[in-house]
Design a protein around this ligand. Sequence first.
Ligand code: CMP
Length: 133
Amino acid sequence: KLERSFVMIKPDGVKRGLIGEIINRFERKGYIIKDLKMMTIPETLAEKHYQEHQQKPFFNELIQYITSGPVVAMILEGENCISGVRTIVGSTDPTKAAPGTIRADYATNIRYNVIHASDSPESAQREIDLFFK
Ligand code: CMP
């Protein structure tokens, strides 16, 4: 199924100079970059993006982190793109992420985990609308 996913290189990924390395993996896979921008996320947008985590103990620190510097937001398109991207990205917790995934290769901390990717068709649509409309 042809799908679109929302992917975002988080502030730690940008600061560490991993933009090219990360985008390269998605391009090699065959996903098409439909749109892409660098931006610093306003707090209001960050809170909407992470609304499902509002009750979590780490919510405030998450908002602080994600607004702490520029991110690179993009729309990727391809066959079964949503789950395919999640496979390339790896588990939220980098200590549990499969070897060869982005988080296993570049992250050590569950919060500073370099990248975000949509986890379902519903959240992909919601996140694309939030960031690209
Ligand atoms: P992600 O899964 O993309 O979306 C939720 C984010 O919250 C997650 O990436 C991490 O950046 C952060 N996060 C998840 N779990 C924790 C945790 N236990 N402590 C701090 N941050 C977390």
